[in-house]
Design a protein around this ligand. Structure first.
Ligand SMILES: Cc1cc2nc3c(=O)[nH]c(=O)nc-3n(C[C@H](O)[C@H](O)[C@H](O)COP(=O)(O)O)c2cc1C
Length: 416
């Protein structure tokens, strides 16, 4: 019996650590991310097996408010984990690449939604089940104070990472902070989880001390209003990756390799992340001040007009001149638009002095596999640079999920 308790605890710990690691997809390679995901799913099945009694007791006994809440959280968590698994079958580029389900774009959004809710529900689940060990009073106070400090810090991280945007699909892409070390990122993710768990624990305790159901309902409503308040306060200045500030703070010039890219529907973004993992360069997203329409027709019309008129759409994020001067190599990523470069890339290339730097393009397309006019446009715009068009990497949009090996080979051939 004691042995089973130990196994459960170890398994829970492994699952928790895996979840934290998986929340920082950019910290590890896509291959590790996918295998860790498989590992988590296997642990999840084992966890359910070990807790089969919960299933057996589902239709027995009285349902108190606490039990009903616990059951609702458990069911939602199971759905979220299953959602993570199904969506990973839609976007996998390594483990399930051969049996991948269609619709990468939908899969990407679904995956972002399920992982965000999975993370929140797992933390709430932890808060509902965690038991603070009985120990010496002073030690207990010290431990509680540390836990509370971590939880308070977690609220700031929650706000900084704008997690509600993932929970309610308010952002197109998950925001990754490339500036943080692996350890710091993990600790911060842990602190967010602790905030949610602590909040749950506090609500649970207050709830247990209340006798009347209407008091519980009031408490629930207050919590809902606080969460909505946090969510709404963040919506006023919606941040998309790269447009968070005038000067991009995650760009330091330390790496010598800059990966600057533009992406509208996400393919080049995904490719750029792979390039980042294998090259170790610094990632900079080119973001126009006015976003392109979300529907294809709206985007295509504006893009064509801009190309015809030679418009240079202003960008919302910039790199300081001295920082840009530090880079020797620019890996330039973009989708082919109307057989050429998207206009925000023209703006980007004209904004900085790239003389003497090496520019190596990588692009995604839907048929224009030779880059159409885009490569000569780069040569024309950057006539003082070494533009390595022969080394350009070309990937069809639909195949980006499977491009990990190709990217790895490309980077190693470039010998950066
Ligand atoms: C406005 C627009 C124009 C496009 N023009 C071309 C084109 O001329 N040739 C081509 O092969 N693909 C074209 N595409 C398809 C994109 O290049 C392809 O889907 C790419 O992978 C999208 O990258 P993204 O998801 O990073 O935006 C076009 C897409 C858009 C939205």
């Amino acid at each position: 019996m004691r042995h089973k308790g130990g196994v459960k605890l170890a398994l829970n710990l492994v699952m928790y650590l895996l979840f934290l690691l998986l929340m920082g997809k950019h910290l590890i390679s896509a291959t590790f991310h996918e295998w860790f995901g498989v590992g988590l799913f296997v642990c999840f099945i084992l966890h359910n097996n070990l807790n089969y009694k919960w299933y057996k007791s589902l239709f027995k006994g009285k349902y108190t408010v606490l039990r009903s809440v616990q059951m609702a959280i458990n069911i939602l968590l199971i759905l979220a984990v299953l959602g993570c698994f199904v969506s990973s079958l839609m976007i996998s580029g390594v483990v399930f690449s051969r049996i991948r389900l269609p619709n990468i774009e939908l899969g990407r959004e679904f995956h972002m939604l399920c992982t965000a809710w999975g993370f929140v529900l797992m933390s709430v689940h932890l808060g509902l089940h965690i038991r603070i060990p009985k120990t010496v009073k002073t030690l207990r106070i010290i431990l509680s104070a540390i836990a509370l400090a971590i939880a308070i810090y977690g609220i700031f991280v929650f706000a900084e990472r704008r997690l509600w945007e993932e929970l309610f699909l308010l952002a197109e892409y998950k925001w990754f902070d490339y500036d943080k070390t692996v350890l710091l990122y993990l600790l911060e993710t842990f602190s967010v989880s602790m905030s949610l768990a602590t909040l749950t624990l506090i609500i649970k305790r207050i709830g247990l001390n209340m006798k009347k159901p209407n008091e519980l309902i009031s408490l629930f409503l207050v919590c809902m209003m606080i969460s909505l308040g946090v969510g709404c306060s963040g919506q006023s200045d919606t941040k998309t990756p790269g447009n968070n500030s005038e000067m991009n703070p995650s760009i330091s010039g330390e790496s010598k390799v800059l990966i600057a890219y533009f992406s509208w529907s996400g393919n080049t973004n995904q490719l750029a992340e792979m390039v980042q993992v294998h090259s170790g360069g610094e990632l900079f997203r080119i973001v126009p001040e006015t976003p392109y329409a979300e529907d294809f027709d709206g985007c295509a019309t504006r893009a064509q007009n801009e190309l015809n008129d030679g418009t240079r759409p202003p960008l919302s994020s910039h790199i300081e001149e001295e920082v840009m001067a530090e880079y020797d190599v620019i890996l330039l990523g973009f989708p082919i638009w109307w057989y050429d470069l998207p206009m925000p890339v023209w703006t980007f290339l004209e904004e900085y002095d790239f003389s003497g730097k090496t520019i190596i393009p990588f692009f995604t397309h839907n048929g224009s596999s030779n880059g159409a006019g885009s490569l000569s446009s780069i040569e024309d715009l950057c006539f003082n640079s070494i533009v390595k068009t022969d080394n350009a990497l070309s990937i069809q949009g639909i195949d980006v999920g499977n491009a990990e090996e190709q990217v790895k080979e490309w980077i190693s051939e470039l010998g950066l």
